[in-house]
Design a protein around this ligand. Structure first.
Ligand code: PLP
Ligand code: COI
Length: 341
């Protein structure tokens, strides 16, 4: 398919409408067969469950053009599995995992002209989502649901791409213990909008959330997990039941151990030890692995030795290896790459 006339290298992380998206409806206890549509709009009841009680969850993954011109997705099976977990927690019907992967394939194929070329720095972002569409007025789950999946070409999530950012410790909580922090519920993002705007107003790129119960342990940001590197090159990953199990982070742990021979510790990380790390990064599908140079904490600063000019050596290697796997320049572990034919 001929590529669209887009200035790929200057794309930000925004929405550009593409040609076709996938839609399936759940009614009378079953999913219909689903279809592709050119209609980017949704008409629903004023009383739809999603509009009244935010019954919605979503996923995010990307399609890439490899060095040899193939179009691939990265571990879509893990997004399908995580969406299942989100649906169960939100009392929504599960969209079958094999059909999720099939929908991803169809949407990428139908929008192949929007998959940015190899080397452009851009990718095709895929957004599967589901919501309660039937009317609900008493607080309860909807009876009918819609699953949709659209694609939009994107550049870097943080302005400046791979340049280190400054973040701030938030006084707000992202997720309660035993709440919904571990799933990809829309409500987690709605509650982060005020804090993120406040962070931006104060000149910071993101918030670092601490655990809501004790405010002593590092959780994550509004849209990415943390990854730290110690001065002796051990990768440290905060462990918590209320953070999203990032697919990028799980992949980076494997890359660190099996490709780079690094030691990895997944454990609770006290905020007081953050000042002793050599490098800090934010990892996620949108963020890839974005370096953090500085953390603001109530008027004081933690400055990582890697500085504000470039990312540190371990994060650089992790990023190069992961993106190399995604773009086909480095051999992928079995099952990580799905070619769209
Ligand atoms: N944490 C949050 C809150 C997110 O929204 C995301 C994005 O999906 C991530 C972490 C990273 O997860 P993944 O690597 O699966 O995209
Ligand atoms: C993603 O990385 O896919 C996300 O969903 C994060 C979001 C903040 C864009």
């Amino acid at each position: 398919m001929e590529k669209k006339n887009i200035d790929w290298s200057n794309l930000g992380f925004g929405y550009i409408v593409t040609d076709e998206r996938y839609v399936a409806n759940f009614k009378d206890g079953a999913w219909d067969e689903g279809c592709m549509t050119t209609d980017a709009n949704i008409v629903m009841s004023e009383c739809a469950g999603v509009l009244q009680y935010a019954q919605t969850c979503f996923e995010g993954l990307k399609a890439y053009t490899t060095v040899d011109g193939r179009i691939v997705t990265f571990r879509p099976d893990l997004n399908a599995a995580r969406m299942k977990d989100s649906c169960v927690r939100l009392e929504m019907p599960v969209f079958p995992e094999d059909r999720f992967i099939e929908a991803v394939d169809k949407v990428v194929k139908a929008n192949a002209g929007y998959v940015p070329p190899y080397g452009s720095g851009a990718t095709l972002y895929l957004r599967p989502y589901m919501f309660g569409i039937s009317p609900v007025i008493g607080v309860k789950p909807a009876e009918e649901y819609q699953f949709r999946l659209f694609a939009t070409p994107v550049g870097p999530y943080f302005k400046g791409g791979a340049k280190p950012i400054t973040i701030t410790v938030s006084d707000y909580d992202r997720a309660a213990p035993h709440g919904t922090g571990h799933i990809k519920a829309g409500l987690n993002y709605a509650m982060s909008l005020y804090p993120i705007q406040e962070a931006h107003r104060n000149g910071f790129a993101e918030n670092m959330y601490l655990d809501a119960a004790t405010r002593t342990y590092v959780e994550e940001t509004g849209g990415a997990n943390f990854l730290f590197v110690t001065k002796d090159n051990t990768v440290v990953i905060p462990k918590s039941d209320s953070i999203l199990p990032s697919i990028t982070r799980r992949s980076l742990v494997y890359v660190a151990e099996h490709y780079l021979g690094l030691k990895v510790e997944e454990r609770k990380v006290a905020f007081t030890e953050v000042k002793d790390f050599a490098e800090c990064g934010l990892c996620g599908t949108a963020a890839v692995i974005s370096p953090v140079g500085r953390i603001h904490d109530h008027g004081t600063y933690i400055d990582f030795p890697s500085g504000m000019d470039e990312m540190g050596p371990v994060i650089t290697k992790l990023r190069e290896t992961l993106t190399g796997i995604q773009m086909g320049t480095i051999e992928a572990p079995e099952g990580w790459i799905r070619e769209i034919k």
